[in-house]
Design a protein around this ligand. Sequence first.
Ligand SMILES: *Cc1c(COP(=O)(O)O)cnc(C)c1O
Length: 501
Amino acid sequence: MATNPLSNTQGTGKVRQHPTQNEALLFEISAPGKHAYMLPPLDVPSVDAAALLGDTYRMQSAALPELSEVEIVRHFTRLSTWNYAIDLGMYPLGSCTMKYNPRVNEVVARTEGLAEAHPYRPESLAQGALEVIDLLQRCLLEITGMDAITLQPAAGAHGELTGIMLARAWHESRGNARKKVIIPDSAHGTNPATAATCGYTVENLKSNAEGGIDLEALARQVDEQTAALMLTNPSTLGVFESQVGKIAEILHAKGALFYMDGANMNALVGKTRPGDFGVDVMHLNLHKTFSTPHGGGGPGSGPVACKKFLEPFLPIPVLVQDKNGAKRWQYDRPQSIGRVRSFYGNAGVFFRALAYILANGPDGLRQTTEDAVLNANYLRKKLEDLYELPYKTASMHEAVFSDKRQAARGVKTGDIAKRLIDYGFHPYTVSFPLIVHGAMMIEPTESEPLEELDAFVAAMRAIAREVEETPELVKTAPHSTRISRLDEVQAARKPILRWKP
Ligand SMILES: *Cc1c(COP(=O)(O)O)cnc(C)c1O
């Protein structure tokens, strides 16, 4: 089996097989009296914890495993080597833009004045950090072509919610919140969830044969009760919506707003700006497009940028500059939708994203976009003879195949994805977008060198051959991991989430 030499070491035998190297060891090697670092005895008057905590005061020690420090360190270090990461190899999880996180970002984010800045620090003593936040805002406005921005939302979905709340507040200020939000059938599941959470009815818009918006269908659907259209551009099919200007016209003619889900901006940065093609409000995913670490529960950042007329509704506080040049947070904004998060957002993410933007510069960002699109199209070209391409429209940052040919032999997209693990790659995105039956959504990003792309192509081609010759091998994959196929139904219905003594 051709394993990818640049990827992880799973199954190569390079990792020493320790006798205790199985899942539950931390608990099994526990022994009474073992302990790690101990705090020195208390040398200040102690408070009466029982009085302070009332009912929540624990009278007996928790039933936790007892271990020495080195055992704990080894346990977690070992677990970390069983994981997959962008630092081990290509992570082609479509729609997630799993790009490399440059180490210079980390250096910048650890700058003392930024990393140690407390959110309660007086503004007069935080001018440096505020200046940096302001610079990021200006960079993102330049990139998107929008007029105003908030960095508060903590993720893309949170940005969507904020953006549609802005749209709703604007409609309400004109006397009618309106009733519905139109969402194409290729959208990310968070889009309809957002619209529904904001009190809107979700109306589905069917994509045309090219995977784009059917303008006539849209024109029929938009009316005086339409609050907004939420459009992902490029779409989750990796297709750029070339009629985007006309879409804006159709919406604006009926007083509806144009929301753009900007999670796929990695295909547009430095090339075209949503603000220039009629978008009124959008979100960005700093943890996708702007290279901040992604996954593991965050923290993320989903800034929302909007046109001037929506600015009064932005969450408070808004960063403003006084006449003397001093920056401060402005809270007195009567039309604001209020706070959407504590403090100002995930500041550590801002600094990483800004470092990435400044390190690349305008030309570097444009090159990044071109490389991301080039890499996706390279994979598409190298695989399209073996895997079905449901939409032939040109690809932007990702290519979406389907398992149609393999499914004829009983092998599904999920099987192929799991087999990729044996070849040392993280799986691509499975079964999304929903409009492609058996979808295989592949997004390499610009980070991947040609050698890594070729290793991925070789793996995908080898798997296609296995589907013909030894389909059982693929259907029972992965074979190189410590745990093979899970019973997914049991795992979802009856998950065992904690150890019990
Ligand atoms: C990732 C993504 C989102 C949601 O972003 P989160 O940061 O995961 O909340 C929304 N829309 C699209 C198209 C995405 O790819």
